[in-house]
Design a protein around this ligand. Sequence first.
Ligand code: ATP
Ligand code: MG
Length: 386
Amino acid sequence: MVEKVVIIRYGEIHLKGNNRGYFEKVFMNNLEKSLTGIRHEIHKPSGRYVVENYDETRTDEIVQRLCKVFGTHSVSIAYKVPADIDRIFDIVSQIAPKEGTFKIVANRADKSFAYNSMQVNAQIGGRLLAKNPALKVDVHHPEHEIFIDIRENGTALVFNAFFEGAGGMPVGTSGKGLLLLSGGIDSPVAGHMIAKRGMQLDALHFHSYPYTNMQAREKVETLAKILSGYIGEMKLYVVSVTHIQEAIHKNCPEEMMITLLRRFMMRIATHISNQYGAQCIVTGESLGQVASQTIEGMTSSNEVVDSLPVLRPLVGFDKTEIIERARKIGTFETSIQPYEDCCTVFLPKHPLIKPKLEKVHEAEARLDVDALLQEALDSLEIVTIN
Ligand code: ATP
Ligand code: MG
């Protein structure tokens, strides 16, 4: 049997001049982690990564997992044969179509190989045509392409498909953030986008048990689990805001619920970030999407976060664009399950759209902010997601 290998090509890491060694090391580590539990070896001959000696019964799963690792540009399953024109032709003729149009695309990294890439194309293409009269060459718009990569170490890799990778930069090369993860559509997409830029993430979820139920909690764990397929292991911090919502409900004007709750969320997020080493807070807010996501609402939330940047990667996105991404990354179906989020529990009929800071301060003065904050922090549970 001909040995198969999986080729992983990487994208943007190429750009990182002096830091390249570091980026490649983190990437390799993330690739390794993504294949945990599957027999494999990863090597790095020049300019790409190659998975060898792997469990071939799980090839599809390996490709799927590798495609999700940020930094991966594309993945191919290739046959590995000695760099010998007859051996190459044997395998090409096995995987080639029997009819239609095709093109051979050879690449010769080993310049000592007897034929240059044009000659390989001609040799292999010519023999294939002779063997299959129903085939035709079309170099511009072929139905099928077969790639032959002649490597320096006396081997050739033959493959016919590219699987699209997640792109971006390896997680862990851009610091660490804390994602505010609701059960909605937006926040998982926001997390995916930031992680794609190389940021490691932990997540923070607020619940209002018993107003919200266990299914809402499980839904968030499922979303975190889907995200961890891209990001790797993450912590999910879970905090109760029940008493905060009750206190706001009891003491403050109804329309201020969301504005005030968001400020508590941001304070809690700041504490947890500082305690567990996150350098920023990430949310799924999008400008003007709902009443609380106005610039005034964001100003009010930002006011209580003094030391950390708040990243809102979806700020300029339409809902339809966010949904498209949610479908693509596989979170949409989970996000639309109909369980109550804490924000909907005491939802005012007419939330304040443009909160004025002095009104916010006035309402907040009726609450014991520090005690409520401490009580919420005391409810912290930490779940490891991987
Ligand atoms: P999403 O679809 O992410 O829930 P949304 O459009 O429903 O967003 P909001 O409910 O106003 O918007 O929330 C805005 C952001 O605040 C969310 O994207 C998320 O980052 C954060 N957030 C809201 N509710 C929670 C929660 N229960 N736990 C953690 N973060 C939350
Ligand atoms: Mg929401």
